[in-house]
Design a protein around this ligand. Structure first.
Ligand code: ADP
Length: 375
């Protein structure tokens, strides 16, 4: 029976990652398989923070799987090497020798940034990235210096929404140069890792990837850095809240009851982290048909009620508009402002209301960073 790279891959299909309960091949952990002169070399990509005992366990099970496959094929194996490569292959990842020094002022690692604002949502698909991009452009149109950090490391959509598909990530020394689009600076994990590879981040990896994006980007001087968080209450909001002094958070919610329930949990998370909630945005409030009538597809007003019952500021509504979706799919968020006066009005109002809430929060020293440990 022949024994070659394909046989090795087939044998590795059966090796299950104990944490994620999926084959290590399906998970995309196998970078490369070489089989030459009876010698097998398997390159496995793991998180930079993956503990040594996890690597040792993988090393053992891979060797066992390949060894028994060779035995079954009656092939002679001169040796098996398991090589561990870094999973988070950010192009800007510095080598240990050139790693930048830790920021001197740990209480404020981004001294050039006046306000860091998290944009979160309880649920995916409610328009959190749409709101982040629109707020960023709205604030920039008002003359502010704005950065956008795509912290949605599980589903980065900012590159598409900002039309960065063909842009190439650039690195200067040990820092990443943010992309410039529509007057804002932006960085996204989606431009730094292979988009066809499943982005599976375990806790420590998510923490590391996010920290790198936030701190190793050359943001320069900014009035606002908006951070598009992944939906829910996972590792990234925790990392962000503990890493940077946040002025506050914005919650995006659609009107339905199920979205409100999740948004309430996200609100509680920010409150537990002692991050001030600057306001709630209701997205997909209503839809105006060709007949000029307004239709409340998802039950308009639900997010506003949520804000009121939780004592949170309400920043405004965003209607469902096909142009909004199309312009973002086309990577032309500017057209929401330039081609559609009604949309522009709604988006500008959101940005203005947010800027006002930020000013109020800053007056009462709204920057916050929890020291609490979350288990
Ligand atoms: P999230 O970041 O919460 O997962 P997105 O911002 O990616 O959600 O939005 C999901 C999809 O819905 C995108 O295609 C976006 O263009 C579309 N979308 C969001 N809000 C609206 C809206 N108000 N009108 C029309 N389409 C919208």
């Amino acid at each position: 029976m022949t024994f070659n790279e394909a046989s090795i891959r087939a044998a590795l299909e059966a090796v299950i990652d104990p944490e994620l309960d999926k084959s290590i091949v399906t998970l995309g952990l196998i970078e490369q398989i070489k089989f030459e002169n009876g010698h097998a070399e398997i390159t496995v990509s793991v998180g930079t923070d993956e503990p040594q005992d996890k690597r040792d366990a993988l090393d053992r099970v891979i060797k066992e799987a390949v060894g028994s496959a060779a035995e079954m094929a009656q092939a002679t194996l001169a040796g098996i090497d398991v090589v561990f490569a870094r999973k988070v292959s950010l192009s800007a990842q510095p080598t240990a020798a050139q790693a930048p020094p830790e920021p001197v002022d740990e209480s404020n690692p981004l001294p050039g940034v006046k306000h860091v604002i998290a944009v979160g949502a309880g649920k995916g698909g409610v328009g959190k990235s749409t709101a982040t991009v629109s707020l960023a452009l709205g604030l920039a149109r008002a003359g502010a210096r704005v950065g956008l950090l795509d912290g949605d490391i599980y589903g980065p959509s900012i590159p598409t929404m900002l039309g960065l598909d063909d842009a190439v990530a650039q690195v200067k020394g040990t820092t990443m140069v943010p992309f410039e689009a529509f007057g804002i600076k932006a960085i996204s994990i989606g431009k730094l890792v292979d988009p066809d590879k499943a982005l599976i981040w375990r806790g420590p990896m998510a923490h590391g990837a996010f920290k790198q994006l936030a701190l190793q980007t050359d943001w320069g001087e900014l009035d606002y850095l908006l951070v598009d968080l992944p939906p829910g209450t996972g590792d990234v909001p925790l990392t962000l809240a503990q890493l940077l002094p946040l002025t506050g958070a914005v919650l995006v919610c659609t009107p339905q009851r199920v979205a409100q329930d999740d948004a309430r949990r996200a609100a509680r998370m920010f409150q537990q982290l002692e991050v001030e909630i600057l306001g709630v945005i209701e997205n997909m409030s209503s839809f105006t048909g060709d007949d000029g009538k307004e239709y409340d597809l998802f039950g308009r007003g639900g997010a506003e009620i949520l804000a009121r019952t939780m004592g949170l500021p309400f920043l405004g509504n965003l209607p469902i508009h096909p142009d909004l979706r199309k312009n973002l799919d086309d990577g032309r968020p500017d057209r929401n402002f330039s081609k559609n006066p009604a949309l522009a009005k709604a988006l500008d109002a959101l940005a203005t209301n947010l800027a006002n809430r930020i000013s109020i929060a800053s007056l009462s020293d709204g920057t916050s960073r929890p020291s609490l440990e979350i288990n």
